[in-house]
Ligand binder design. Structure first.
Ligand SMILES: C[S@@+](CC[C@H](N)C(=O)[O-])C[C@H]1O[C@@H](n2cnc3c(N)ncnc32)[C@H](O)[C@@H]1O
Length: 362
């Protein structure tokens, strides 16, 4: 590229947002979220005064200045094939009335572009198009569903699933149906923050659990740290279609709040059956069509969930070769009162009864 082309192409790219949080809290939150988001796309962000950003073992960014609550500055090397091409990326936080403006700015950008046409193409294709896509109904709906329930992540989700009050009525039914004994070895699929496990372990049983959300695995281990330390509980990050356990391991299995999210539920039931020992019992919370669009399954989650009537629910287990398959309905209202759901929300638990699937591997 000629000097002329590289000079005319140099520019800054800036994105900012005002968030209702004080600067020091927003700094910590943005650093945490950025670290998590980058890991998902294979980029490691090591925060702090000596921090750096690494992709495929190549150092892309290095911290030049780190001021918690105020921002940071990175030297940025976007081209491993041209290491002398260094630009600057800055995060700046400024108070705006009672909120904070966070600005990300990439300065000196464009030196590797072939003039205005190249930089326009890069800007439209790699900056603006993903920016617009992030706010389309399809992508935003998926993101909100994942963030809150399908693969929960972030501080709020960690707090919610650590103590999911509104799930306790379901847990009561599941534990009553499982009737755990100290000699049981329980599997929980999609354990979230591990609150059901905590109650289940009081029976004296052993348990193992899995979830595909790293944040949920972390919380579930924290919530059950004693049982994990004692070797009574193991928790894995895994997908429900590939359970990380040998055949015939467990005496019983439970799954709650997960079924509706599964694109291939029969494959998951087959996996559960594989890891159950002969005689092993299964209890699963259904995914009731009546919940669609209610606070139990609001949009945009509702249109991303699969719902099952009684016969459809039973057939999922039969197709996976489970036997003694039954779909039962349980009135959750008394349990909702018992666990302390606020009075104004009790009607959410009243009605025809919630479906539970009971089955056994013979
Ligand atoms: C609504 S939450 C319920 C969590 C917990 N069972 C409870 O009732 O509190 C659904 C959970 O299922 C997990 N999950 C969904 N699909 C999964 C899959 N295919 N494999 C593993 N975990 C999955 C999510 O990460 C999330 O933790």
């Amino acid at each position: 590229m000629s000097d002329q082309a590289s000079k005319t192409s140099r520019t800054s790219v800036r994105v900012d947002i005002v968030i209702d949080l004080e600067p020091s809290k927003l700094f910590d939150l943005l650093v945490e979220e950025l670290q998590t988001a980058l890991i998902r796309v294979g980029i490691v962000f090591e925060p702090g005064a000596n921090g750096r950003i690494v992709e495929n073992k190549v150092e892309v960014g290095r911290v030049k200045s780190w001021k918690p609550g105020k921002g940071f500055l990175l030297d940025w090397c976007q081209a491993s094939w041209q290491p002398e091409e260094v630009t600057e990326i800055e995060l700046r936080l400024e108070s705006v009335e009672s909120a904070t403006r966070a600005t990300f700015e990439h300065r000196g950008w464009g030196g590797l572009m072939s003039g205005p046409e190249g930089i326009s193409g890069w800007f439209a294709g790699l900056v603006v198009a993903p920016f617009l896509r992030a706010a389309t109904p399809a992508v935003l709906g998926d993101w909100l569903t994942d963030r809150g329930a399908r693969r929960p992540s972030g501080r709020q989700a960690r707090e919610t699933y650590r103590d999911p009050l509104y799930h306790y009525p379901n847990f009561r039914v599941i534990l009553a149906e499982l009737a755990l004994k100290p000699q049981d070895y329980l599997l929980e699929v999609g354990c979230g923050g591990g609150a059901l496990l905590k109650d289940a372990l009081q029976s004296g049983c052993r348990a193992a659990a899995m979830d595909h959300s790293p944040d949920m695995v972390r919380v579930a281990r924290e919530v059950n740290s004693q049982a994990v330390a004692q070797g009574r509980l193991k928790i894995f990050e895994a997908d429900a279609e590939r359970l990380p356990f040998p055949d015939g391991t467990f005496t019983c299995a439970a799954m709650t709040g997960v079924l509706g999210f599964l694109s291939n539920p029969v494959a998951v039931f087959r996996e559960i059956r594989r890891v159950l020992a002969p005689g092993g019992r299964l209890v699963v919370l259904g995914s009731d069509p009546e919940l669609k669009g209610t606070p139990g399954a609001p949009e945009p989650m509702a249109s991303r969930l699969l719902f099952y009537e009684d016969d459809e629910l039973g057939n999922l287990a039969r197709e996976a070769d489970f036997e003694e398959v039954r779909v039962v309905r349980r009135d959750l209202e008394p349990f909702a009162r018992e666990v302390g759901i606020p009075e104004e929300h009790i009607p959410l638990f009243a009605g025809l009864g919630t479906r539970f699937l009971l089955a056994r591997r013979l």
